[in-house]
Design a binder for this molecule. Structure first.
Ligand code: NAD
Length: 436
C-alpha cells in the first residue's frame, strides 16, 4: 500500500519505518528541511533503539523515502497519516495548529479514495473538524479516521510492531477494513484491532495516558507518606501489587512523570473537562502532585545542605525524561537543574544520549560531562534522575573516591538503603525507610 506520514518525529518516523518494514511503500514528510536532509543522508534525528538499522534497511530497499514536498507523494497515497506535534498551548489545551496546517497542506492533493488518519493525540472532536475542513475545501466527501498511537519512547519499535491493541475510530466500515489490513502483520498474536467511533478513539488515548499518570502520582504521594510515617514504599508495593486488582505495573515511585505526552495530555483533558462545565478534581490533583514531585530531589538536597546550596557542586546522573530516549521534554532533571542554579549551586551533569539536548538549553550555565564518573569529580553530592541501566550497578568505591562527601539522592530507588549505609554513603531514595 502507498502510505504518506506527515510529521517525522518520534511517532511519525517510527510509524513510517514500521509500515515500510511490513512491505508498504512509505514516504515520510516534514516541514523541517534540515531533518529531511539528514534523513536522506541516513542520519536519524532522534535516539530510539533499533530505529537506525530499520530506517537504513527500508530506505535502501526503496520502500522508505523522505521529502518536504506533499505534492510529490500524497496524490498516490491510499493512507495519509498525520503525526505532527500537538504541544500544550498557554491555557493547557492542545495546540492544534500543526494538525490544521498538515490537513490544509495535504487536502488539495488527496486522491478520491484516500484516507486521512490522525495519529497525533488530539482532543475529542478534532477528527470530525478535520473531516469538515477537508470536505469544505475539497467540495466532496473525504475519508477521515482516528488512530491514536500508544508507543513508548525507548521501546517504540517493539510497541508498534507488537501492540497490545490497535484502536481506530472511523466513520465507515470500509475505512476500518483498510486499516485492519494494514495492521494485520502486527496483530498475528491475536491482539485486538478495535474499531469504534471517532470520538471514542480520541478519548481512549487521553484516558489511557491519564490513567497511567494517575498511577504514578498515586504511588508518589504514597511514597512521600511512607517516608513520613516510617514505612517503606518498596515493601508496601509488594504488599499491594500481589493483589490482582492492583498489580505492579506503573507503580514505581520516582521524581514525577515527564516527557512529551503525560504532562500535556493530563492538562489537555483537564481543559476539555472544564470546557464541558466539569471540575476535574482528580486530574488536577494528578498534575499538582506531579509538579510537586519534580521538586522532591531539590527539597532533599536543600535539607541535607541545611538550606545552603550556594557554591555547592551537585552531580546529576540522567537527564532524559526516561531511559532509552534522548527526549528531555518536561524532564524532571530540568526542574532539578533550574532549582539548583537558582540556589547558587553548580551542576555537573551526565546522560548517555540526552546531553546535547540539555546543553542546547543551558549552554555554559552547567557542565555537561561525557563520562559518568567524571561528573562526580569534586561534587558534594550525586542526584540520580533517570534509571539508565549503566547507573544500576556502578562502581561504588569510585563514586566515593570522586565525591567530596559520599551522599547520593536517588530519584529512582536504584539501590538498597541498608547496603548503601554499609558502603558508607548517606543515601536517600523516594519513600524508603532509613536503616538504623
Ligand atoms: P515530534 O515533535 O517529535 O514530531 C513532530 C514532527 O512534526 C516534527 O518533526 C515537526 O517538524 C513536524 N511537523 C509539524 N507540523 C508539520 C506540518 N504541518 N507538516 C509536516 N510536518 C510537520 O512529535 P511526536 O513526539 O512524534 O508526537 C506526535 C504526536 O503523537 C503528538 O500528538 C503526540 O502527543 C503523539 N504521541 C507521541 C508519543 C511519543 O512517545 N512521543 C506517543 C504517542 C503519541
Amino acid at each position: 500500500m502507498k502510505i504518506v506520514v506527515i510529521g517525522t518525529g518520534y511517532v511519525g518516523l517510527v510509524t513510517g519505518t514500521c509500515f515500510a518494514e511490513s512491505g508498504n511503500d512509505v514516504t515520510c514528510v516534514d516541514i523541517n528541511q534540515e531533518k529531511i536532509a539528514r534523513l536522506n543522508q541516513g542520519q536519524i534525528p532522534i535516539y530510539e533503539p533499533g530505529l537506525t538499522e530499520l530506517v537504513k534497511r527500508n530506505a535502501e530497499a526503496g520502500r522508505l523515502k523522505f521529502t518536504t514536498d506533499v505534492a510529490d507523494c500524497v496524490p498516490e497515497a491510499r493512507c495519509v497519516f498525520l503525526a505532527v506535534g500537538t504541544p500544550m498551548g498557554d491555557d493547557g489545551s492542545a495546540n492544534l495548529s500543526g494538525i490544521w496546517a498538515a490537513a490544509d497542506s495535504v487536502g488539495p492533493h488527496l486522491a478520491e479514495d484516500s484516507i486521512v488518519i490522525c495519529k497525533s493525540t488530539v482532543p475529542v472532536g478534532t477528527n470530525r473538524q478535520v473531516y469538515e475542513r477537508l470536505k469544505q475545501s475539497l467540495g466532496r466527501e473525504v475519508n477521515v479516521a482516528s488512530n491514536p498511537e500508544f508507543l513508548k519512547e525507548g521501546c517504540a519499535i517493539q510497541d508498534f510492531t507488537k501492540p497490545d491493541r490497535v484502536v481506530v475510530g472511523v466513520m465507515s466500515e470500509e475505512v476500518g477494513d483498510v486499516l485492519e489490513e494494514l495492521y494485520k502483520p502486527f496483530l498475528r498474536t491475536e491482539h485486538p484491532f478495535l474499531v469504534m467511533g471517532l470520538e471514542s478513539a480520541e478519548m481512549t488515548k487521553y484516558v489511557a495516558n491519564c490513567m497511567l499518570a494517575t498511577k504514578i502520582s498515586f504511588i508518589n504521594e504514597m511514597a512521600n507518606l511512607c517516608e513520613n510515617v516510617g514505612a517503606d514504599v518498596n515493601e508496601v508495593r509488594k504488599g499491594i501489587g500481589h493483589d490482582q486488582r492492583i498489580g505492579f505495573q506503573f507503580l514505581f515511585p520516582g521524581v514525577g512523570y515527564g516527557g512529551s505526552c503525560f504532562p500535556k495530555d493530563v492538562k489537555a483533558l483537564i481543559h476539555t473537562a472544564t470546557q464541558h462545565g466539569m471540575q476535574p478534581g482528580l486530574l488536577q490533583s494528578v498534575d499538582d502532585v506531579n509538579n510537586r514531585q519534580k521538586q522532591v530531589l531539590f527539597r532533599k538536597l536543600d535539607r541535607y545542605f541545611q538550606g545552603d546550596l550556594k557554591g555547592k557542586t551537585i552531580a546529576v546522573w540522567g537527564l532524559a525524561f526516561k531511559p532509552r530516549t534522548d527526549d528531555i521534554r518536561e524532564a524532571p532533571s530540568l526542574t532539578l537543574i533550574d532549582e539548583l542554579l537558582e540556589a547558587g549551586a553548580k551542576v555537573q551533569a551526565h546522560d548517555p544520549v540526552a546531553s546535547d539536548n540539555v546543553a542546547a538549553i543551558y549552554g555554559d550555565r552547567i557542565q555537561i560531562i561525557e563520562q559518568q564518573y567524571d561528573a562526580l569529580t569534586g561534587a558534594d553530592a550525586l542526584a540520580i534522575c533517570t534509571e539508565w541501566n549503566e547507573y544500576r550497578t556502578p562502581d561504588f568505591d569510585l563514586i566515593k573516591q570522586r565525591l567530596t562527601s559520599p551522599a547520593i539522592f536517588d530519584g529512582r530507588n536504584l539501590f538498597d538503603p541498608e547496603k548503601m549505609m554499609r558502603r558508607g554513603f548517606h543515601y536517600s531514595g523516594i519513600g524508603l525507610t532509613q536503616p538504623q
